[in-house]
Design a protein around this ligand. Structure first.
Ligand SMILES: C[S@@+](CC[C@H](N)C(=O)[O-])C[C@H]1O[C@@H](n2cnc3c(N)ncnc32)[C@H](O)[C@@H]1O
Length: 233
């Protein structure tokens, strides 16, 4: 066992980040709280949903478009590295806003959405993890660029895939990538019925045999995850 008894006598320095005031009146089902100590753009239930979905569907390749502060990215990265069952890519075009929040050279986002100002981004820690696990990767790039599409498509070809569209333009992300996944693969969007609506993706769904993914799709309504998954049949 690796146990150092001298730690018992250490007094830790007073160098933690102190936020100004407590947060009142919040609900555990809210979208936009902290997770793994950083800013999360999902509800906690969304995390449970992702855990169950990835485990049950046996995905081998998972991609997140829109890392933001990286709370979901860090969660999925840990899941990939611990389980060694799937590879994980996350894409973020503007890492200086949230991914590196708290570091010296980042820019705060214009809005102080959800009282996030003061939080650290997961980026620097994620980057350390990506050095020690081959299952974890991050890309500071446009998820819709031809290079990104080439990389993702190259990995879709031989791995059961789940794409999570949560970047700057979920309609474009869905309509670009949905035709490129193969039968049995899945693609989900966040902010269903608030930022992205059925009529915006219906043509692609019809043309490429995508349908709401059975009971998984119902979680959006039952649990308020905001996540709507589709499967290619
Ligand atoms: C809603 S946030 C993502 C939230 C994150 N998935 C979570 O659950 O905490 C959307 C992110 O997409 C990023 N973004 C916008 N356009 C993008 C693009 N073309 N490619 C990659 N990321 C993009 C934004 O900078 C922003 O950080």
């Amino acid at each position: 066992m690796n146990y150092d008894s001298s730690v018992l006598s250490v007094r830790y320095p007073d160098d933690t980040r102190h936020l100004q005031s407590e947060i009142e009146g919040t609900d555990i089902c809210e979208i936009g709280r902290s997770f793994l100590g950083s800013a999360l753009s999902q509800s906690y239930v969304g995390i449970y949903f992702l855990e169950h979905y990835v485990e049950a569907k046996r995905f081998q390749y998972v991609v997140e478009f829109g890392s933001h502060a990286g709370a979901v990215s860090l969660y999925l990265a840990n899941s990939a590295a611990v389980s060694q069952r799937f590879y994980f890519d996350t894409y973020e075009l503007y890492p200086q806003w949230s991914w590196y929040a708290g570091s010296d050279d980042h820019e705060w986002e214009v809005s102080d959405l959800y009282g996030w100002k003061g939080w650290n981004g997961c980026g620097p820690w994620f980057e350390q993890l990506s050095k020690i696990s081959p299952f974890i990767n991050f890309h500071h790039a446009d998820g819709l660029s031809s290079e990104s599409i080439d990389h993702v498509v190259g990995n879709i070809s031989d791995k059961k895939t789940f794409l999570f569209c949560d970047g700057g333009n979920k309609v474009d992300e869905f309509n670009t990538y949905a035709p490129l996944i193969k039968k049995g693969d899945c693609i989900a969007v966040h902010d269903w019925d608030t930022e992205i609506f059925e009529h915006q993706i219906q043509d692609v769904c019809d043309e490429h045999s995508l349908q709401p993914d059975g009971h998984w799709a119902e979680h959006h309504y039952k649990l308020g995850t905001g996540i709507m998954p589709f499967v290619k049949v």
